[in-house]
Design a protein around this ligand. Structure first.
Ligand SMILES: Cc1ncc(COP(=O)(O)O)c(C=O)c1O
Length: 395
């Protein structure tokens, strides 16, 4: 039986919200690793808004930062400075390579900016092509979509923006065959998310860097999903010791407050200058205050360590299912970005898990994707593993 609230909201949704999604659950409250629906049912959340609420729901530090900042100053145009944005830029840069940041509002917008950066850099060198990866996902705006290897998302929106080619992920020969004098950049996720939780091979990523250096083109990493501590290092590329020339971020950067960013290395700090790129809401005091609280909390609460430990623990527990169940092919991932690869569409597990009080999602066709908060506890992981075990036993 639906609640009155559910009936009211789903009625409004059906009538007034464009049907680009098909939601069938209504959440009214979140705290830490848990969500509550309109009926008061509690769910262990291993989706975290698709790697957005990396600190768990309504983390008190982020809530406090948003509350305090919203009483002080919410927005001024980027025609003026605000106190928070440059401090956030410094915090982000100190976590990775030296450089400069541009702030936007989403992953797609961060990637659009990063693509513009690469084109601008290549514009006086005769380089304007970008080699992206098959099975990649970079967002739904037109340039990000043109860089997205999952071509089904482009159907109906032709013509595609020109200038993008696609190599096979983890296949250096495929990339070599596509790079030429016109290549401005190679663009990729260090761990593919939507494509099926597929980490780059360590040797491959080193070779990609070498190839870009030899060809004189840029290497762009999209860390919208795998960044901000998700893989056990602040930036996913730090697992590999391979630095890009630019990196994009979004999703977890402000734990649910909308924000995106891309950071370019110091040597490219003047590639985009006054008037060349802009975003009204990019890096507002409010968004920046939330993001500063996120980064400080990751450091203060030692969440990278917890991510590594809990990621290894969850991976080990799940790996036992490869032996136990014929339908489980492989467990893969990095840190707390984990995929359980099945021999059939992974959607079959999502419903039973939901019934049992746990949220998980799919990636690609056959991968069950698990993205718990970075402060997840061992007890919560034990519960999740037991629920997945039960769900697997049923199929
Ligand atoms: C790797 C990657 N890049 C870009 C995006 C697009 O981000 P947004 O939905 O914030 O535009 C996503 C979203 O899932 C993503 O996973």
């Amino acid at each position: 039986m639906n609640t009155e609230l559910y009936d009211k909201i789903s009625g409004l949704q059906a009538k007034y919200v464009m049907p680009t999604y098909a939601p069938n659950m209504l959440f009214v409250k979140g705290e830490g690793s848990y969500l509550w629906d309109d009926e008061g049912n509690k769910f262990l959340d291993f989706v975290t808004g698709i790697s957005v609420c990396n600190l768990g729901h309504c983390h008190p530090n982020v809530t406090k930062a948003i509350q305090e900042q919203s009483e002080k100053l919410v927005h001024v145009s980027n025609l003026y400075m605000n106190e928070q944005q440059p401090q956030l830029a410094e915090k982000l840069v100190k976590q990775g390579f030296d450089g400069v940041a541009f702030f936007a509002n989403s992953g797609a917008e961060a990637n659009e900016g990063m693509i513009k950066f690469a084109r601008k850099w290549g514009s006086d060198k005769g380089k304007n092509e970008i080699v992206a990866m098959n099975a990649s996902f970079h967002g739904r705006t037109l340039a990000a979509l043109a860089a997205t290897g999952r071509s089904q998302y482009r159907v109906g929106f032709s013509p595609d923006m020109p200038g993008f080619k696609f190599a096979d992920y983890n296949d250096i020969e495929s990339l070599k065959a596509l790079i030429n004098d016109k290549t401005a950049a190679v663009m990729m996720e260090p761990v593919q998310g939507e494509g099926g939780v597929m980490p780059a091979d360590a040797e491959y990523l080193k070779q990609v860097r070498e190839l870009c250096d030899e060809a004189g083109c840029l290497l762009l990493f999209d860390e919208v999903q795998c960044g901000i501590g998700r893989t056990g290092t602040f930036f996913a590329y730090q697992n590999y010791g391979v630095e890009p020339d630019a990196v994009s971020l979004a999703k977890a950067i402000a734990n649910g407050y909308p924000m995106g960013a891309f950071i370019v290395k110091r040597e490219y700090e003047k590639t985009l200058t006054v008037g060349m790129h802009a975003s009204t809401f990019g890096g507002t005091p409010l968004a920046s205050a939330a993001a500063c609280a996120v980064i400080d909390t990751i450091v203060e609460e030692n969440l990278l360590d917890n991510t590594k430990k809990m990621g290894a623990y969850l991976t080990e527990k799940l790996s036992a299912f490869v032996e136990k169940y014929d339908c489980v092919q492989e467990v893969r991932g990095l840190g707390l970005m984990i995929g359980v690869v099945l021999d059939q569409p992974a959607g079959v597990l999502v419903g039973p898990l939901k019934e049992a009080g746990m949220l998980a999602l799919t990636a690609g066709e056959t991968v069950l994707r698990l993205l718990p908060p970075l402060n997840v506890t061992q007890d919560q992981i034990d519960t999740a593993v037991e629920l997945i075990d039960n769900a697997l036993a049923e199929i």
